[in-house]
Structure formats: structure tokens, C-alpha cells
Design a protein around this ligand. Sequence first.
Ligand code: ZN
Length: 659
Amino acid sequence: MRSRIVLLSLALAVTSGLAASDPSPLPGPAFPVPATPSALKADCDRHLATARRAVSRIERRPADAAWLAAYDDVSGLVEDLSSPVFLLSNVHPDKALREAAEACELKWQNFFSALNQNEKLYRAARKVRPRNAVDAELLKRTLESFEDSGVGLPRDKRARAKAISDRVNELSQAFDRNIRDANPQFAFTDAELRGVPESVWKSAPRDADGRVLLGLDYPVYVPLMQTAVVPATRERMWRAKTDEGGARNIQVLGEISSLRREYAGLFGFPSYADFVLRRRMARDPDQAHRFLEGVRVAVTDRERREIDELRDAKARDLGRPLAEVKLDRWDTAYYTERVKRERYSVDQEAFRPYFPPQQSIEFVMRVIEKSMGLRYTRVPGVKLWHPDVQAYVASDAKTGRALATLYVDPYPREGKYNHAAVWPIRSGAARAGRAPQAALVVNLDRKGLNLEEIETLLHEFGHAVHNNVSATRHVGGNSVLDDFVEAPSQMLEEWVYDPRVLATMREVCPACVPVPDALLAKAKVAERYGKGAQYARQQLFASYDLALYGRDHHEPLALWARMEGGTVLGHVPGTMFPAGFSHITASNYAAGYYGYLWSEVVAADLRTAFERDKFDSDVGRRYRDAVLARGGERPPSDLVQDFLGRPSSSNAFFEDLKR
Ligand SMILES: [Zn+2]
């Protein structure tokens, strides 16, 4: 996924002296890391005051031809002042500092909701006459974000809209905190961990009885679910992961969905999904539902077939008649891996020796460089929020011109965001000579990566490069529609199965042993296996999200139990998956989870251009210029059409599902 911060469609200005004292060789201002929680609080209050002064200056400005650029400058200033805090709350090693950052986030979110409800600015924006298509698109988006914040509502409704957004922000934060800070540990005897590679648990801490203590981090959870022979071990971990966030989060989610329904009602919409989707590629919930139904029809048989095969594998494994064997949810990853090993003799663990973590980062960078005409150079000695964090400058391979900064935070640690995401800290803007900056936050296994993790890394680099090569005129031009934003990342995922792509590893690590062609070929076939179940799961998540934010009120857990209960594997009573499903509380994924599948349609279509040669520099450069560099300056379907030379089509996606 990508970052879940939304910094309105605003964003320049190196006017504040932020950059003036910058001693670093990286483009743009140095990343600010306050030394203590109280320093963070003081900075926060000072920055908010600066931002408020900038807003009151522009309030007094006439709505002339230069208004839009002046407003965009304020957006840039606000982005520079606020965005580091949204990253620090997720990555800083000190819990007290993370909490101070969260408190500051709430102040910024209140600032943003007040800004988007600023009547003076809204009235000025309505008077602006755009000079060209790029300005017109920015103006349209700017007016929409004002309107969606309720500035055009009668006074009482407007106050209610602000109160609701502030409350939803607080609740979403609490939801994430309940997951992030829970940090549960589970004790297992060595025997209970039979089958799990020792590298996953041998060096973990132990309790007084000598039992191994394991948490729910991905580098532990995923291999354990794939390899633990003892069903009770898998069941315990699966239940814990599924219930992450706990019952309090179900309550929080219920409150959020009711508040959002009420919010949409203030604007006369029957549901939050109706309110949100009118601004997206999908246009309305009916079209999103129709699309999801198409996916369901396309994958159902395949899912059923796969699950039958897994049941069969379980029956053979246990030496019991098929009719007596039921496949449990904590069996799927285990038997999927087993079938893959049996049938394709592929073991994901076998890939780790080929992909040491640091070289994997450099390898993925090299792939991006070769395809898109870039160069990433590490800049040593930059002091950031943790000693593990690395700084890179991205430059154009041909001209050598420095374009952007990329920070990489590679390894897991306590209290750190435990998925993979990119925070776009700073949006580029050609008009203001503004260099983009982003932070890529992942949790790599220090022992090396498997192929699926390399795929994730490619995905996240897709987001990073989207930020880094931005050449939009305005800061606000960077903001991309939520049902398109995953497409460039998804397009890259499959590249990992191309031997020519993998051979690039040798360019960054001559000493690394290359992945044998035969192993890769088998992995490529095996990768298709389990797709039916995966897509069916994504389809269920997306349908749940749309239903939760749909026209009828639902209690979140009852709705989930009913919908999951209708699937082949059914619902496990007592479990509460939605308690850990943080996407659907975040403003840009609520009523927007379908976007992951929707943008896969676009990704599959984009991929067709690279079919012949992923390192064709003409294609890569055209892609960089026509799609990535343009951000949200034009509607996504126009960008795709420019690049492909034809209107976008869902053929490649549905063909691929059938494969
Ligand atoms: Zn993503």
C-alpha cells in the first residue's frame, strides 16, 4: 500500500527559510527530526502559527490570475511543515515522541479541515479563471475539496461537518494505535514450532519456562503460517492476527461508519460510498459493485478448485478420508505452500540466500533506473530518525540533474509501522522548482528476502518513483485519484518473474549467487497457484467496505460474519477480522478498497506496453513522462490513453484472471 496520509490537494514554497540553512547534498529541505517530544510540540505549534499566517495573507489577496499559484504556494508550505510529523508518528523509535507526533497530527488535521472550510478562500477560488487545462484541473480539484468539506453548506450543517471530520480523525488514529501498540507475544515450545525454519525463531527471546516468544510481525507471521506443522500453532497465531486491534476497534469502526453516513447525509447523499465515488474513476457505487461482481464471477470456479486441492492435500497429509476433512482458515497458507512444493517444488524460503536485504534494495532501484532512465545514489552520513535509515538522491540518468530525495527505512523494530508503505513527504512542482521527497518504509528480513517480498519491494518502489519523477506544474497536481494510485505499483509486481529483470541483481551484487533459471521458472508457474483464493479474498474485502459505507446501516462485525460466512471457507465464529482492517478507517481507502482491484485493471493494461522488453528505454521514458510525471494533472484515463495510444481496456486484466 501507500501512505495513508492525505494532505488535501494543496501544496511550495521554500519561502520559509526551511531550505536556506540546509547543509545536506539532498534536493529540498533536510528532514527535520526533533530531539525530544517537547521540542516536537514546540515546533508543531510554531509551524501551525506560520501556516495560519500564510493562510491569513492569502485571504487578503485578490482573486486575480496569480491567485491559484499563490494558493498552491501555501499548500506547499503547509505540506513541508506538516508532513514529517505524519511519518514520525509511524517510525520514530521513541514511543513518547511518536505520541507527541500523533498529538501534532490531530492539530494539523483540525487545521486542514478548517482550511477546507474557509469561506473567504472558497469564494476567491470560485472567482478564479484558469489560464489553461492544467490550471483548470487544479482549480476543479481545489473547489471539490472545499465543497466536500462542507463550505457550501448552511452554517449549522457546516459546523456539524467539521465536528464529524475531527471526530473521525481521532477515531482512525485510535484504531491504528490499538493495532500498533498492542505488541502481543506468544509463547511456544520448540516442538510446537516444528517445521518453521529455525532462522525465524531460533534467536527470539524466551520466557522463564524456556518457551520461544513470538510476535505478529510479518517476518515471523508469514513463514510460520506457511510452515508450522502443528495445526494448533497456526490456529493460535492466525486467530491473534485476525483479532489484531481487538473488540474496541469494532466499536470504533461502528462509530466511524455511522459518522461517515451522517456526513454524506449533510450533502444529500444516501451513503458515504455515493459521496466518495462520485469523485473517482468508478463514478458511483453501482459501477464499483458491477465491476466487483465481474471479478467474483471470473474467479469463483478457480477458488473452489484451489480449495478442493488444498483439502485433498490436507487429507493426504493426515492420512484421512477426504469426506472427513475440513479445511480451516489457518490451513490455507500452509497447504498452499505444501502444494506448491509438491507440485512445483518451489519453497519461498529457498529464495532468501539469493536476496540479501541491502542488495535487494539496490537491485530494485537498479531495475527502476534501467527502465525509467534514473539513477539513485546513496548519500552517507545524513542524520535521520533511526541509524538504519538511508538517504538517496534520485537523478536523471542522461542529464545527471538531481530530481528528488528518497529515504529508505528497511528493517522491523518495536513500535514501527509494521506493513510496507511510502510516505510522500514533499510533492514536486515545476513552477516553484520544488524537488519531491518520499520515505519508503518496509520491514525486510535481515536474513534475506523471498520472491514475494521482492515483489512487495517493487510495488513500494512504484509509489516512490511516482513521487520522485513528478514534473507537475503545481504542488496540488501531485494528488492522484485513489482508484488509480496503485496502478503504477501493481504494474511492477510481476516483473520479478522475468529472468532478465532478476539478472540485474548481478549488476549491484557481483558476489551474489544468481537465482537458478529453473527455480525461477517453477516459481513463475507456482505464482499462479492460489490466485483464485487471493482475488476472492480481495473481492470480499472490497465488497465489505462498500457495504459498510453503503446505504443501509450495519453493525461491522455482524456484517462481516454474514459476508465471510457466505464464502467457501466460511466465517470462524468469535474472530473479528475488521478490527485490524485499518484501510477502511483511513480517509482515502474508506469506500475505496475496491480501488486495489480497479487499479489492477489499469496496471494489467499498462503492462502490455512493456511485454516485449521491460528495459526498452523508449517505452520506459515515455511511461515516466506521460504517466508518472504528470501525477494528477489530468484525469488518469487521459494519461493512460496518451501512453498506450488507445483508450484503456479491461481485457488484459480479465484474460489474466482466466489464465
Ligand atoms: Zn501500494
